[in-house]
Design a protein around this ligand. Structure first.
Ligand SMILES: Cc1ncc(COP(=O)(O)O)c(C=O)c1O
Length: 395
């Protein structure tokens, strides 16, 4: 199945007609009456083993029908056998690391990735070891105990693009995890390019309205079973209200992603032509590294961009403090435009030298473009650029 509007509107809703309802039902039960002890035990056993469903969910940490419907919707738009939903994007990444521990504790990863993902891998908090390499060096870094390769493309916050197929070739039989949060399944379906797992911080574009935290991994049935086993044991199931909100947002995903992308196109071009800005990072420019992946790996450049201010941290901070229409806040993928400073916020947890190595400079600003009128957003950016650059000159 592809990410067309019909699929987005109808995915995961197959049982609604049988249930006699039109809107998605929210099941808030924490426990379920059992028909008999023997049948209850049988259901418990299959769910603890990571099966996708059972006649009775037994207990809500094991299975929830509202979450299951969202998972079916996401699996269909990622062209995956299965999807497993978690309480956050970080819970989803944690489960991936734990689920593959049987293969080993070594992870090969390419920077940049989201700051907290970097921290989770780098700190060894989950008993893993990480080797950071460039995308072309993945093959050389693989060891017999390498459990997985992790990449993020487009990467947070520099929009760096990675050729998924080239990484998969180097990884051999080691599963490749792609964080595809920035692209969404509308612009990129990593499983079609050989990735074993695709991860979304559902908090971002999938939710799209800044009111839900969640994470989801699309993958094979086999990996999904391992992920569910971890989820049952660690208690990281997505809450059914969150699943309802995420599923409710799916029918408009393509509309939102395409509209935001067209607004971002206007802003990216105006920023690139503006002498007050040093450099704009956006995959839509022909000379952006990896731009040739557009049309093959990606259907479009997306709506997150980053730009560098000549006056470094001071100038970037002044700009972010000067916006009036845009919201100065972390997160991304919402209907409204969000602007933030990666070195001070989302990637603060990294060492300064590690940040510098992957291009997260003090003057770098990340912009997640929303659905507003491009001229209104530009007017806001224009006055903020003036405020930021005139202050820097005086200083
Ligand atoms: C690319 C990316 N991956 C993962 C995460 C973590 O997701 P969450 O905040 O839902 O735990 C984020 C959060 O910003 C992100 O930007």
């Amino acid at each position: 199945m592809t990410t067309n509007h019909t699929n987005l509107v109808h995915g995961g809703r197959e049982d609604l007609r049988r249930l006699g309802v039109h809107a998605l039902p929210v099941d808030l039960s924490t426990t379920y009456p059992l028909a008999g002890l023997e049948s209850g035990t049988a259901c418990l056993d299959v769910l603890v083993e990571g099966q996708a469903s059972a006649d009775n969910p037994v207990y809500a940490r094991l299975l929830n029908p509202t979450v299951q419907r969202f998972e079916q919707s996401l699996a269909s738009v990622e062209a995956a056998q299965a999807a497993v939903a978690f309480s956050s994007g970080m819970a989803a990444l944690t489960a991936c690391i734990l689920a593959l521990r049987e293969r080993g504790s070594h992870i090969v990863a390419v920077r940049p990735v989201y700051g907290t993902s970097d921290h989770l891998l780098d700190s060894g908090l989950l008993g893993n070891e990480v080797r950071w390499v460039r995308a072309s060096e993945v093959g050389d870094a693989i060891r017999p105990d390498t459990a997985m390769v992790m990449i993020e493309t487009p990467a947070n916050p520099t929009l760096t693009l990675i050729d998924i197929e080239a990484v998969v070739r180097q990884a051999g039989d080691v599963p490749v995890l792609v964080d595809s949060t920035f692209a969404t399944p509308i612009l990129q379906q990593p499983l079609r390019h050989g990735a074993a797992m695709v991860l979304h911080s559902a908090t971002k574009f999938l939710g799209g309205h800044g009111d839900v935290i969640g994470g989801v991994v699309a993958c094979s049935d086999e990996i999904a079973r391992c992920l569910r086993r971890v989820r049952v044991a660690t208690g990281a199931l997505l809450h059914p209200w969150a699943a309802y909100l995420l599923h409710r947002s799916m029918p408009t995903l393509k509309l939102r992603v395409e509209r935001a992308q067209s607004v971002a196109t206007v802003l990216a071009r105006r920023l690139a032509a503006d002498p007050r800005v040093d450099k704009v990072h956006w995959p839509g420019f022909n000379d952006f590294p990896g731009a040739e992946l557009l049309g093959h790996q990606m259907r479009g450049p997306g709506s997150v961009l980053a730009f560098e201010m000549p006056g470094g941290h001071t100038c970037a901070a002044r700009l972010i403090e000067s916006v009036r229409l845009m919201t100065p806040a972390v997160s991304l993928g919402s209907v409204d435009t969000l602007i933030q400073h990666p070195a001070a916020l989302t990637h603060r947890v990294m060492d300064e030298s590690e940040r510098a190595d992957c291009g997260i400079n003090p003057g770098l600003i990340r912009l997640s473009v929303g659905l507003e009128e491009p001229d209104d957003l530009w007017a806001d950016l224009d006055q903020a650029l003036t405020a930021a650059t005139s202050t820097t000159r005086v200083a």
